[in-house]
Structure formats: C-alpha cells, structure tokens
Design a protein around this ligand. Sequence first.
Ligand SMILES: [Fe+2]
Ligand SMILES: [Fe+2]
Length: 158
Amino acid sequence: MTDTSWTSKRREILEEHEEIRARILEIETELDRLLDHPAQPGESWELPGLVEALRDQFRRHFEHEESGGLLWADSECYDSEMLRLVADLIAQHREFEREIERILSEFDFSFVPGKTVQSCFDGDLRNLISEFAVHEAAENVLLDKLVARVEKQRRQLP
Ligand SMILES: [Fe+2]
Ligand SMILES: [Fe+2]
C-alpha cells in the first residue's frame, strides 16, 4: 500500500473520530441539562435517541476500522507491539458495543423515579465516554506511528 493511501485512510478515520466526538458532546450537553431538569416518567426525552445514534456511529466506525479501512488489513506494516495493541483495540470495540447495548436496553424507566435512573445513566455514559476517549487517543497515536513507518520505508526504497 502506498503512503498516499495510508495518509488518506488516516484522514478518513480522523474525520470519523471528529464526528463521533461531536455526537458525544451532544450527549454530554444533554446529560448536563438532565441533571438540572430531570425527565419525568412517561415524558419523552432526547437521550435514548442520541445514544442510539452513537451506537450506530460506533458500528459503522468499528466496521470501517476492522475491515481494512483503517489499519488492520495490512499486518506487514506492524511490529509485534503494534499487533498486540491492535488486538486490544478490537477487543475494546466489542466491549463498547456490549456496554452501549446494555445502557440502551435499560432506558425504559417508566416505573422508577426519573432522577434516580438518570443519575445511573449519567455515570454509565460518562464512563463509556471517557473510556472511548482513551481508545481513540491510542488509535490516533497508532495511526501516526503507522504513517511514519510507511513513509520511512518509502524513503529507504532504492
Ligand atoms: Fe476503534
Ligand atoms: Fe476509532
């Protein structure tokens, strides 16, 4: 694979990271608002829709990263340390998917006081968000390292 295509792949992934970050900001804003103005049982609220949208973005993004749109397809570009990191990152994708599905499946709160349930979601979602920030930061570092390696290999060609 040429360094130009790695550069454009990196750009695509970084753009997706930005789009996901924008959705997460919407969720954080909504969580802040809900802490001040809890939704009442039976009342419609925006949070489940936002989290569903994030779940769909996660699915598309993880599939893109794992199906060669990102790094994993070209394993000869990795050293063994990078390969271990890639395996960890893929395992984390499955954990994020399980966790967001769990949160979504518990969103029906019609029989529990709104404020209690919302504080639970607040904690769970903010945990998910901060773990995801660590995940994406690791990927961004890996991408930079990968592009640097590919560029170095290209310079060493006769
Ligand atoms: Fe990822
Ligand atoms: Fe990512």
